[in-house]
Design a binder for this molecule. Structure first.
Ligand SMILES: [Zn+2]
Length: 144
């Protein structure tokens, strides 16, 4: 049992490192966030924060404020899997930053049962909501 837990921790760290690498795809200047959806040790979706498909690859307006239609990494990963033949039901979400409340709602409704996150987002209401929905929460430290 203990050995399995160790293995899981190792996997969690590795997937998190991949999520950090994936975040490098983001063209947002203020913050780069990466997300991976993993089910049965298979990556079924991925995402990073950015504008919707077909929009300009610029996240900030002329005042350096993030545009309201920028999708968070989690939302991109969840909506991407919705267009695939995979299901997020029972999947684990790896995200480089703890989810906000809007993404927490999507995570719950997508049936994601486990969320592994690295950096703590300034607001904790997303984490609180996930906790209320009995989503397993794991915080991992990485040196990226
Ligand atoms: Zn969010």
């Amino acid at each position: 049992m203990e050995q399995n837990e160790e293995k899981q921790e190792l996997l969690d760290r590795r997937y998190m490192r991949m999520a950090f690498i994936w975040a490098e795809n983001s063209y947002c200047k203020r913050r780069k966030v990466g997300a991976l959806l993993v089910k049965n040790k298979m990556i079924i979706s991925d995402g990073y924060n950015g504008t919707p498909s077909g929009f300009e690859n610029v996240c900030e307006d002329e005042n350096d404020v993030t545009k309201p239609y920028v999708l968070h990494a989690e939302a991109n990963a969840i909506t991407k899997v919705a267009r695939s033949n995979n299901s997020s039901d029972g999947a684990t979400l790896y995200v480089t930053s703890s989810p906000c409340i809007e993404c927490a709602k999507l995570i719950i409704q997508a049936g994601i049962s486990r969320v592994v996150f690295a950096e703590n987002y300034r607001l904790s209401d997303g984490i609180e909501l996930l906790r209320r929905a009995n989503v397993e929460l794991v915080s991992v430290e990485t040196d990226k």
